[in-house]
Design a protein around this ligand. Structure first.
Ligand SMILES: Nc1ncnc2c1ncn2[C@@H]1O[C@H](COP(=O)(O)OP(=O)(O)OP(=O)(O)O)[C@@H](O)[C@H]1O
Length: 338
C-alpha cells in the first residue's frame, strides 16, 4: 500500500444503475488541501458523499490513515463535513452549536469548554459564544459551522461549496480565513468548488473533473499555465482553444495556418495573449467591450471568433475594423490531449 493519508482506489460511484463517477484514483498527503474543480454534474459532490460514507461505492476502495474505511459507518470515519447549507441549530447558542459533537462523544465538561472556546477563537468568534445563530451575519454563521466541524478534530475535513451562500466580499474574507486555519491546524481537506479562483487561491493541488473522470491533477500554477487538454484550458480561462491539424490551428469553423507548429494535440491562448495590430492572421472586429482596466474584443477570423484583451490605454479598434492579429506560439498553452 502507498503511504497516502487518504487513498481512493478505482472508485466507481452511481445512483441505481447509472454511473456518476468512474474508476477514480486519488491520493492525498497528510495536511494537504486538494480542490475538486469542475462543471455542474461532473461528480464532485458524489465523490465527497462516498468519502464521507453517505453512499456505498459500486466498486473500489477508500483508505484513510492506513485503515480501509470503505464499509465503515459515516460517524466512525473521523471525517468532518461542511456543506453549502450549514444549518446550525437555531435554538442553541453559538457555544452549544459548536459543543454539540463533543457532547455526543461524551467528552468531559471542562474539556468541552476549553476546546469550544479555542475553536471559536480560531475562527474569530471568541466573543460570540452566547449569541443565537439568528443574531449572526451569514459569514459569521459559516464560521460557526467551520468551528463546529474542526472542534471534533477530524482526520479529514470535506468542504462542499462552503462559501457559495456568501456575498463576494465575505467569500474573499472567508477564503483567506480558511487557508490560514488549514495551515495552522494542519487539517487535511478536500474542497469542492466550481469557482476556479477559489481553487487556485486555496489548494495545494487541484483535481479537474469532467463527466465523472479526472481530467488533470496538478498544482494551481500548472493547471493555470499548463492545462493538458482543451477542456481544462477552457475551464481555466483560455478562451481561444484550437486543435492542431496539418500545421494549422483548426476549429469547426475553419483554420489558421501556422509558420511553425509544435507537436501537440492543440494550442490555447488567453485573450490577453492575443496581439492585435500585427501578425500573420487577418480578422475583423465584431465586438468590443470596455471592462475598465482592459478592452475585450471579439475578432472574426478564418477559424471563427477570437477573443482578445488589450489594456484600456492601448490604441482602440473600432467595430467593423479589419486588422491583423498574432497568436504567438511561444505564449500558447500546449495541449497534449483532446
Ligand atoms: N440523487 C441522485 N440520483 C440520481 N442521479 C444523481 C443524484 N445525485 C447526482 N446525480 C447525478 O450524478 C452526476 C454527478 O452529480 P454530482 O452532484 O456529483 O455533480 P457535481 O459535480 O457535484 O455538480 P454540482 O456542481 O452541480 O453540485 C450527475 O449526472 C447527476 O445528475
Amino acid at each position: 500500500m502507498s503511504d497516502a493519508f487518504l487513498s481512493l482506489q478505482d472508485l466507481t460511484l452511481g445512483y441505481g444503475d447509472s454511473v456518476a463517477v468512474e474508476a477514480l484514483n486519488l491520493e492525498l498527503r497528510r495536511g494537504e488541501l486538494v480542490a475538486l474543480l469542475g462543471p455542474s454534474g461532473c461528480g464532485k459532490t458524489t465523490t465527497m458523499r462516498a468519502i464521507a460514507g453517505l453512499m456505498k461505492p459500486m466498486s473500489g476502495r477508500i483508505t484513510l490513515d492506513g485503515r480501509d474505511i470503505t464499509r465503515v459507518a459515516p460517524n466512525k470515519r473521523g471525517i468532518g463535513l461542511v456543506f453549502q447549507s450549514y444549518a446550525l441549530f437555531p435554538h442553541l447558542t453559538v457555544f452549544e452549536n459548536v459543543a454539540f459533537g463533543l457532547r455526543l462523544q461524551g467528552v468531559a465538561k471542562d474539556e468541552i469548554t476549553r476546546r469550544v472556546n479555542a475553536a471559536l477563537a480560531s475562527v474569530g468568534l471568541g466573543s460570540f459564544a452566547d449569541r443565537q445563530p439568528k443574531a449572526l451575519s451569514g459569514g459569521q454563521q459559516q464560521r460557526v459551522a467551520l468551528a463546529r466541524s474542526i472542534v471534533v478534530e477530524p482526520k479529514l475535513l470535506l468542504l462542499d461549496e462552503p462559501l457559495s451562500n456568501l456575498d463576494a466580499r465575505l467569500r474573499l474574507e472567508m477564503r483567506s480565513e480558511l487557508a490560514r486555519l488549514q495551515k495552522e491546524l494542519g487539517i487535511t481537506m478536500i474542497y469542492v468548488t466550481h469557482d476556479q479562483s477559489e481553487a487556485l487561491a486555496l489548494a495545494d493541488r487541484i483535481v479537474v473533473m469532467r463527466q465523472g473522470r479526472i481530467e488533470q491533477i496538478d498544482t494551481p500554477a500548472n493547471i493555470y499555465e499548463r492545462p493538458v487538454s482543451g477542456f481544462v484550458a477552457e475551464f481555466i480561462g483560455f478562451e481561444n482553444t484550437f486543435a492542431l491539424k496539418d500545421g494549422a490551428l483548426t476549429t469547426a469553423k475553419g483554420r489558421l495556418p501556422l509558420d511553425t507548429a509544435p507537436k501537440a494535440h492543440g494550442l490555447a491562448w488567453r485573450p490577453r495573449a492575443v496581439l492585435l495590430g500585427q501578425g500573420a492572421h487577418e480578422g475583423r472586429v465584431i465586438g468590443a467591450s470596455y471592462l475598465g482596466e482592459t478592452v475585450e474584443y471579439l475578432i472574426d477570423s478564418a477559424a471563427g471568433p477570437i477573443k482578445a484583451e488589450t489594456p484600456a490605454n492601448a490604441p482602440r479598434h473600432a467595430m467593423g475594423e479589419s486588422l491583423r492579429f498574432d497568436l504567438p506560439v511561444e505564449t500558447a498553452a500546449v495541449l497534449s490531449r483532446a
